[in-house]
Design a protein around this ligand. Structure first.
Ligand code: TXA
Ligand code: MG
Length: 328
């Protein structure tokens, strides 16, 4: 199959949705912005398109995809919502929250997209371009982050182009994303479970549910009989350069990923410095995280030293991604 890449730069114009929906209907792979990161969309019902999607990303087929929908009503066609799930959807959708639920009877999503599980991950994104595409397409669209598997997630169309250019059919450029880390994933099981910290801070979800979320240890994921969050592999979101966490100094040949206004010893000799947020704002830091990792990764530094980032609010998601980026 010949793959034609057309990168187009358009705003939230009237025919973005129609254009993307047409490509999706033809089995095409379309990258588009969501509020969290850029996604690589395919028709969730078209197994052939999904096979191409896994191949384009180099993604292992045991790692299931999130189905994106235009609203709660559409999500209820493919997943069974319990009371807690309904409450979360009402409060946080559209927005950066993904719910893992039992597949509804007659759910038409291809088994390949859900890796054969009897659960399905569903999300209603908030980005106006994503919403336009989902409305025009009318059905579920699976969309993993639009990066090569294991690499840093894309927060601009240029990142998508760098990773997947030539492998996909269309990139919709909607500028830099707002949130910068992927959606929070909650498993709506008997005990609601935080499968991936992300764009909605854990505390906000716990307040709505009026109970703490269970957080399974990472090694649960490697148990094939218990694939709670099969994609949460230890090494992920990884730049090619070695990452050194909780740095209090900068060593020779290192670049620095800084946080806050404090200057640490060795900073003047750093081979490059990017500051996630000088004023210590975790939302700003999340929005900058993946782009700055890409910049420092390309700087030729021996390693990237990362200053400590507080763990509250979006800090939990930031530290989760940094921890995975640091695993070789
Ligand atoms: O913000 C986001 O969620 C972005 C944008 C594009 O929407 N998408 C995204 O997709 O991060 P991806 O494929 O990079 O991550 C999806 C995660 C994976 O860790 C996968 O294992 C998990 O969701 N997942 C999908 N279906 C699941 C299921 N049925 N049970 C448990 N985990 C599931
Ligand atoms: Mg991803």
């Amino acid at each position: 199959m010949t793959v034609v890449l057309s990168t187009i730069t358009i705003g939230d114009g009237p025919d973005v949705g129609t254009l993307a929906a047409r490509r999706l209907r033809d089995g095409g792979l379309v990258a588009f912005p969501t509020e969290t990161v850029y996604g690589l969309g395919a028709d969730a019902i078209n197994a052939k398109a999904i096979a191409r999607l896994y191949a384009a990303k180099g993604r292992p087929a045991f790692n299931p995809l999130i189905a994106h929908l235009c609203n709660l009503e559409a999500a209820r066609q493919i997943a069974d919502f319990n009371a807690q799930a309904l409450r979360l959807a009402e409060v946080f959708w559209p927005g950066p929250l993904t719910l893992v639920l039992p597949r509804a009877a007659g759910c038409p999503v291809a088994d390949l997209a859900t890796a054969g599980l009897d659960t399905i991950a569903v999300r209603v994104p908030a980005h106006p371009i994503a919403r336009k595409i989902l409305r025009a397409f009318g059905g579920p669209v699976v969309a993993p982050s639009a990066n090569l598997s294991g690499h840093v997630s894309p927060t601009t169309a240029a990142h998508v182009q760098n990773d997947l250019g030539g492998r996909i059919d269309l990139i919709i450029d909607g500028g830099a994303v707002e949130v910068g880390v992927e959606s929070t994933i909650v498993g709506c099981f008997d005990v609601p479970t935080l499968l991936r910290p992300g764009g909605v801070p854990r505390g906000e979800i716990e307040r709505v549910l009026a109970r703490p979320l269970l957080r399974p240890p990472d090694d649960v994921d490697s148990d094939p009989k218990q694939p709670l969050a099969p994609g949460m592999l230890a090494s992920h979101y990884a730049p090619r350069t070695k990452i050194r966490l909780n740095a209090g100094t900068v060593e020779a040949g290192e670049a620095l990923l800084a946080f806050g206004a404090e200057a640490i010893p060795g900073i003047d000799a750093a081979s490059g410095v990017m500051n996630l947020s000088v004023r210590g704002d975790l939302n700003e830091a999340a929005a900058n995280l993946f782009g700055y990792l890409r910049v420092l990764d390309a700087s030729g530094a021996r390693a990237i030293a990362v200053m400590p980032v507080p763990h509250h609010g979006l800090g939990e998601a930031i530290n989760d991604r940094l921890g995975r980026a640091a695993v070789p």
